[in-house]
Design a protein. Structure first.
Length: 325
């Protein structure tokens, strides 16, 4: 069987930010937010991206959309390298790649009606002609995300958090994208609302054949929507596998700890109870060897504190970056 071409491919992607000053004339520390990530998002799949706050998830998402310029590495969209394209050459790709933000309130302009917000997205890519055509398009978008056409005359503050996130989703869908980065789209919502939004994204993905990078800090949020899951730690992918493999047979001690820390009632939790000790090390001063070794319950001296483990295949479709997995 021939594997289809990935819709998005990241190759050895790195992004460093300038850290705080190290003192007079000593320059700035380097903060490696994304430290050599290679991964594919396949057409029509949702790839979950999970890890603690600060591990580089949003930075990776923005690199894939070229909202950030990488320090090194490449991004391909449907086979075309987009890392080197000029802004004008990038324009047709912009429409195909959209983002949904964590906090729909701060990402929606409070002075614009829903209609104006969605019309702006459509006009930016010259996707509508007459005003009646525009109105029809907007009404259809609102219905598609579970809102009503008459909602278009309202302002963001007139909606609940879940409804605002639906507006954010409608705005992303307006331009008929093929790839969407959903950056913690439910983290700011009440737990009771989270499942509704996750289900909506999952329905849209199936109906429209979209591809998603679905970012979350909690593994259980992405469990049911993701075909595959990537677990990130301090800027690196430490485990990448199908959802079943990740949840049934997590191989990296960090993934195991994340799963047992999750609040979901879990019959297997007792036998793999593994508590994360200590804090996440700073990306300004990461430890040598495996970045996880200072918190790892099984780390071996002389190996894990010296050698960086490469991501390697442990079974079909299952990759782990751990010397001992
Ligand atoms: N624009 C920026 N300038 C400097 N540092 C940044 C910037 N954006 C993110 N960082 C740093 O990069 C690291 C990764 O951040 P981020 O990608 O936002 O992580 P996550 O989304 O997983 O919480 C963090 O240490 C964060 O402080
Ligand atoms: Mg983030």
């Amino acid at each position: 069987m021939i594997e289809p071409r990935p819709i998005v491919r990241a190759e050895s992607l790195r992004k460093s930010f300038r850290g705080p000053s190290k003192g007079f004339r000593r320059g700035h520390a380097e903060l490696r937010a994304v430290d050599g990530v290679t991964l594919d998002v396949m057409p029509g799949e949702t790839l979950g991206l999970v890890g603690e706050s600060g591990c580089g998830k949003s930075t990776l998402g923005r690199l894939l959309l070229r909202l950030y310029e990488p320090t090194s590495g490449r991004v391909y969209f449907d086979g075309t390298e987009i890392t080197t394209l000029s802004q004008s050459a990038l324009r047709p790709f912009r429409r195909k790649m959209q983002i949904i933000f964590q906090d729909p309130y701060s990402s929606l302009n409070p002075r614009m009606t829903v209609r104006a917000t969605l019309a702006e997205a459509l006009r930016a890519h010259s996707l509508v002609g007459s005003s009646s055509e525009e109105e029809e398009r907007i009404a259809a978008l609102l219905r598609r995300v579970g809102l009503r056409p008459e909602h278009m005359r309202r302002y963001p503050h007139e909606f609940s958090g879940g409804q605002r996130q639906r507006i954010g989703i409608a705005r992303a869908l307006a331009v008929s994208p093929s790839f969407i980065v959903a950056d913690e789209p439910v983290s700011a919502l009440d737990v009771s609302i989270q499942a509704q939004i996750v289900n909506l994204l999952s329905d849209l993905q199936q109906e429209l054949g979209l591809s998603f990078l679905f970012i979350a800090h909690d593994l259980h949020v992405v469990e049911h929507v993701s075909r595959r899951v990537a677990v990130m730690y301090l800027g690196r992918v430490v485990e990448l596998a199908t959802s079943e493999q990740i949840y049934e047979n997590p191989r990296h001690p960090y993934t195991q700890a994340l799963l047992s820390a999750a609040p979901e009632p879990d019959p297997h939790a007792e036998k793999r109870r593994l508590i994360l000790e200590g804090d996440v090390p700073s990306p300004l001063d990461p430890p040598p060897g495996c970045f996880f070794h200072p918190r790892c319950p099984i780390a071996e001296k002389g190996l894990c504190d010296r050698e960086v483990p490469a991501l390697r295949r442990v079974e079909s479709g299952h990759e782990v970056a751990c010397h001992l997995a």
